[in-house]
Structure formats: structure tokens, C-alpha cells
Design a protein around this ligand. Structure first.
Ligand SMILES: C[S@@+](CC[C@H](N)C(=O)[O-])C[C@H]1O[C@@H](n2cnc3c(N)ncnc32)[C@H](O)[C@@H]1O
Length: 217
């Protein structure tokens, strides 16, 4: 599968991503680019809902913009990624004094194990669509079980009209996303379905759902 490192400018758009790949070299390029950007604008939307610090899980944490932000807000964070390099970068970005606030877990989303109702917040930024389709539902149910009643979910789902939908990523229709989120109150849902440009000026159709939701029970 060919690989491209393509992303929008955070301030102009809500996107940043790569084509699906577990190619270490490619992810390294992605991480280098990601380090130059700040955290995703969706965190600003999330901020008012973070009433008090708790315990968060960040899936597919990448270079850890979310981890660093949450730790700075007083949260304890489990930082999980399938790629060891991502965890190394997050570790190196945390000051000595903050290391004890973060537990590092090298795991795919689909293989991750944690006790039920452990988390006040689960973040899955641009990573759920890397979960293989045949493992997605089980992984989603597991993730939901990990969230406390009234806890929060923030993340992205990919829609079927995304240019990369045919590249082996797992996509959901709007109706499927509604079903996945049936046990949640939707606090924010922004569907982006439009031609955009990438950092290298290439045109690409983005179809991404940005979601913040609160678990009902
Ligand atoms: C596009 S990056 C997003 C990073 C970060 N969440 C962000 O929004 O900046 C996707 C991350 O998910 C990780 N990843 C890819 N497939 C994964 C999987 N099946 N389980 C866990 N992490 C995965 C990659 O190693 C990468 O760090």
C-alpha cells in the first residue's frame, strides 16, 4: 500500500492524518510533522466539559499532544499506541515530574485490556479507523465499557466518502455512528465532508466525523 503524509493546518481546518500504515518509517515522518503542530482544535471544544481532573485514556496517542495537555490540567493519563516510537516521543516530551502521571501501554486498540469503568475520558484522535473492520465492534464495546457512567468520549470516525476509505481503513456511515453512540449524549458532532488540501497542496476529499459525547450510564 502506498503511503503519504498529508495533513491540513490545524488552525485552518480540523484535520491531520496519514494513510493507513504501520510502516515505522512513515509513522516517524508523521510524528515529526505532528510535533510541529499544536493540539487539535477539538480540545478547545472539550475544555468546558472537563469539570475536574480524573483519569483519561488516550488511544493511538501519537506524539502525545493530548497526553501533555491533559497532564497539564492535572489528569492522570494512560497513553496507548501500537507504535513504540510514539510512546518514546511522549515520554521524552514529559518533564521528569510529570512522568508519574502517565502510564504507557504499547498495544493496538483492539488488543487493549483495561478494567471496566476506569476512565473519566477516552480520547481516540484519528486512530479508530485503523482498527480492522472485523475487530471494530468488539474494540468499541470494550472502549465504551472502560468509560465511567457520565464519562466522556472524544474522537474521530471516518465516513465512507473519504478518499482514503478504499485504502483498508474502517469507515462508518452516519447511521452506524449514531448506533455506536446510542449510549451517549452527543455534546458535539461536526461532520466534515469536503475537498480540502493537504500540506503538500494536494487535493483530497475528507469525510471525518468529530465527536464529543457523554456516556449516559
Ligand atoms: C494519525 S495518528 C494520530 C495521533 C494522535 N491521536 C493525534 O490525533 O495527533 C494515529 C496513531 O495511531 C496509532 N495506531 C495506528 N493503528 C493503531 C491501532 N490499531 N491501535 C492503536 N494505535 C494505532 C499510530 O501508531 C499513530 O500514532
Amino acid at each position: 500500500m502506498s503511503i503519504a503524509i498529508l495533513w491540513h493546518d490545524w488552525p485552518m481546518s480540523t484535520h491531520s492524518d496519514t494513510l493507513p500504515a504501520h510502516n515505522e518509517e512513515t509513522w516517524n515522518d508523521y510524528y515529526a510533522a505532528s510535533l510541529k503542530r499544536g493540539k487539535h482544535p477539538l480540545y478547545q471544544v472539550l475544555q468546558p466539559y472537563l469539570e475536574k481532573p480524573g483519569t483519561a485514556l488516550e488511544l493511538g496517542c501519537g506524539v502525545g499532544h493530548g497526553v501533555l495537555y491533559l497532564v497539564s490540567e492535572g489528569w492522570k493519563v494512560v497513553a496507548a499506541d501500537i507504535n513504540e516510537r510514539a510512546l518514546e516521543i511522549v515520554r521524552s516530551r514529559l518533564g521528569e515530574s510529570n512522568l508519574s502521571d502517565v502510564e504507557f501501554v504499547l498495544s493496538s486498540i483492539e488488543d487493549l485490556k483495561f478494567e471496566p469503568a476506569r476512565f473519566d475520558l477516552v480520547v481516540a484522535g484519528y486512530c479508530l479507523f485503523f482498527v480492522p473492520e472485523n475487530a471494530f465492534l468488539t474494540a468499541w464495546v470494550n472502549l465504551c465499557n472502560g468509560i465511567k457512567p457520565k464519562g466522556l468520549f472524544m474522537g474521530q470516525f471516518m465516513g465512507p466518502e473519504d478518499d482514503w476509505a478504499d485504502d483498508g481503513l474502517t469507515v462508518q456511515t452516519s447511521a452506524q455512528i449514531d448506533e455506536l453512540l446510542a449510549g451517549f449524549e452527543i455534546l458535539h458532532h461536526d461532520e466534515e465532508n469536503k475537498i480540502g488540501t493537504t500540506s503538500i497542496g494536494k487535493s483530497k476529499h475528507w469525510h471525518i466525523h468529530h465527536v464529543i459525547a457523554r456516556k449516559l450510564h
